[in-house]
Design a protein around this ligand. Structure first.
Ligand SMILES: [Zn+2]
Length: 308
């Protein structure tokens, strides 16, 4: 059975923890670079860890960063670490595996993802190989239960080599996947990686849209990490019986039906489509928050049933 794990896109929790729990969510994923400057890891540690900061009692999966893919893979990647830009100040920064491990200790009770930055999916084989080796070296100190990113582009041999380097007792994150528009190739390489993984360990994946979520659920991947349900909801989009409905569109203005009659979420239980449209139109944050809760409720249920 697959579990939906919302991936937060900012340091703040955009929804109330109680509402998330009611929607069926027991685990969140966070990007630690969001907390580097504000409040800073000393503060996070002083306040008793990231769960306290977020007021979240469920589990947390912590990514050291969300660095995307490398367009060039330098020979000294393993020792130098990952270069990235602070999204607010545009300052150029570097994160090494040792620093990432320090961040993970400071945030306390989280399931860490090893620092990773693969080569671009279609990069030359030499780059893919060099990145795979550097990423494996960063994961060496990953504690048991941490998520080890399996990378290697579309190449079976590199994904095998990536899996062979996993530290003892770690679980897996299927990573380094093709661009979103290449869904057939995405499915192929996800299925290939699943075939190579040993039995028994937990498996996670980051899914960017409902189609990827559905495929991952059909393959019984344990943790489906996705920013989509909250991001789409805040943008006015709701998943209704497998279709994405945009409540900002004018046709919702005169629609006095609930979003989805059989849904127990607060959006469907308490509001008509026309009211949701108006809230969005008037930029009342509640509108997007309600749709985010609807998306989470529907996806959490349907992915668990493997039938969305
Ligand atoms: Zn609903």
């Amino acid at each position: 059975m697959s579990e939906l794990v919302p991936y937060l896109q900012a340091a703040q929790l955009p929804l109330r923890p109680d509402d998330l729990v009611a929607a069926g969510i027991g685990r969140l994923a966070v990007n630690l670079t969001d907390y580097r400057r504000q409040p800073g890891f000393d503060q996070v540690a002083a306040r008793g860890g990231l769960k306290r900061v977020l007021n979240w009692d469920g589990d947390l999966i912590s990514f050291a960063g969300d660095f995307g893919e490398l367009t060039r893979v330098k020979k000294n990647l393993a020792t130098v670490g990952v270069h990235y830009q602070d999204p607010q100040t545009a300052a150029k920064l570097t994160l090494t595996a040792d620093q990432a491990a320090e961040w993970q200790v400071a945030v306390g009770d989280c399931r860490p993802v090893a620092l990773f930055a693969p080569a671009a999916y279609y990069a030359p084989v030499d780059d893919l190989k060099r990145a795979q080796e550097a990423n494996a070296s960063w994961a060496r100190a990953l504690p048991a239960g941490g998520l080890y990113p399996v990378i290697g582009g579309g190449l079976r041999a590199l994904r095998e080599a990536s899996i062979a380097a996993v530290p003892a007792g770690c679980d897996y994150l299927i990573a380094n996947l093709p661009p979103e528009e290449e869904f057939a190739e995405w499915q192929r390489v996800v299925d290939l990686t699943l075939e190579l993984l040993p039995q028994g360990a937990k498996v996670a994946i980051v899914a960017r849209n409902p189609a990827e979520l559905r495929h991952a659920a059909s393959r019984q991947i344990d943790w489906l990490i996705s920013a989509w349900p909250i991001k789409a909801g805040l943008a006015g989009k709701a998943l209704v019986k497998g279709e994405v409905v945009n409540l900002r569109h004018q046709e919702a203005a005169d629609d006095f039906a609930p979003l989805q009659a059989d849904c127990p979420c607060p959006a469907c239980a308490g509001y008509q489509r026309a009211t949701l449209h108006q809230l969005l139109h008037e930029r009342v944050p509640l509108g997007g928050e309600l749709l985010a809760l609807h998306n989470l409720t529907q996806l959490a249920r349907r992915l668990a049933e493997e039938a969305c």
